[in-house]
Design a protein around this ligand. Sequence first.
Ligand code: FAD
Length: 479
Amino acid sequence: MPSGPIIVWFRNDLRISDNAALLKAAQQEQETICLYVFDEDADETTEYGGAQKWWLHHSLTALAKSLETIGAKLILRRGSPEQIIKELIDETGAKSVLWNRRYATSHIKRDTKLKSDLTDSDIEVISFDGALLHEPTKLRTGSGSPYKVYTPFWRAFSGMDEPRDPAPKPDKIVSYSKSLKSDSLDDWSLLPTKPDWAGGIADEWTPGEEGAWERLGDFLNGPINDYKEGRDFPAQNDTSKLSPHLTFGEISPYQIWAEVNAKQATHTPNKEVFRKEVVWREFSYHLLVNFEDLKNKNYNDDFDAFPWNDGKKHLEAWQQGQTGYPIVDAGMRQLWQTGWMHNRVRMIVASFLIKHLLIDWREGEKWFWDTLVDADPASNTASWQWVAGSGADASPYFRIFNPILQGEKFDKSGEYVKLYCPELRDIPEKYIHKPWEAPEKILEKAGVTLGETYPEPVVDHKTARERALAAYQKMKENT
Ligand code: FAD
């Protein structure tokens, strides 16, 4: 590498361990500028929603602290990253820029262009892996095309070299010696104020690298031992809750992979099922990178002819957790209160929006994007299309989740529902997923008046199911 100051540009890799770009800078023993830019040119596929802005604020605070422990200062700037990096090069005489790769479509385009511009100006740019276990363009079917189906993707993934070992944390960074202008994080106004809706999110999460490792430790010390069976039951807390930490790169999939492998005592099938879920994330990126515009376009364009409903009132009832279906409402309220929702319930609420309410999956994707702390350009779009039936390897449209049976199967006693819909706390188990069937006396005893203290169902399940199947049939006839 040329001798001269180095810029390490942090993006969705807000950690100091297993950070290949940072480690490379440390090894050079050159003056280093650690930079984060709040991207004002982000497009709709990459700009942060409200919940993620909250997370970003705290994650950057944590990153700045960790960097201080190895002698580095985090420089914060806001604007066009490309322009800011060029200005910073002029200001500091930096000779190289290092970053870890990211894979949203617009990010790839912008990074490729910036790399070429800087290289033309004799600035060395080196990019590293870190966000994914294998490059999403690397895996190909026998005929050389990208995978569309998860199971063969997993098989091919399993046949690749084992993911590399995580890289160590650098001991010391030689910080740039002159003073540099840096924004105050508070001036970015990432935190909500009027109203401050983030209280429940703050109670649930500790953004930052330390918080990520705590989560992983807690998971490996217990829930992983029951992951295969327990992961489907939302009241059990048997999943890792690592998703927002992974999305912000506070922990890398290499670190998770290595720690799971090292966990000798864990029953192998539990580990295997967990690894497979981590690889679903890789598969989502494989789809995003190889099929572009997954956020806006139906992967299966037959769905362009689907007769969606506008259904503004229904959309609002869904967003607010007021559909009258307890498992759906509990999920939507968990999302609003904590910025996260259990995977099983994500599938149920997404199916309900798309199939029971006939609302375009893109509306649901947008709401999740704004409210999830783990909103991810690949996993969110791929999962919504999966549920809609419009995606690669999608669940068939005509498989319609019954929210009553799903509730009875995965939240039998109603523990999860009662946590987020406390107005139903005294409804007996028999009726907890269908309170409208409870005799008047039971409702009265439980203090529930349907339509007042808890909504009547916004649609009747059987009618909605038939309507969805008819809409699907109509689409088929028109394609
Ligand atoms: P665990 O069960 O502990 O799994 C470990 C990790 O594997 C997760 O952190 C995640 O990175 C990955 N993973 C697990 N399941 C999936 C999956 N089905 N697809 C892709 N990756 C997976 N996940 C996101 O990270 N961001 C999203 O924006 C997102 N949107 C979703 C939208 C819908 C409609 C659905 C059905 C799923 C969505 N998922 C999304 C996938 C999944 O629900 C979450 O990754 C999971 O609930 C996160 O919880 P966890 O960390 O406890 O997962």
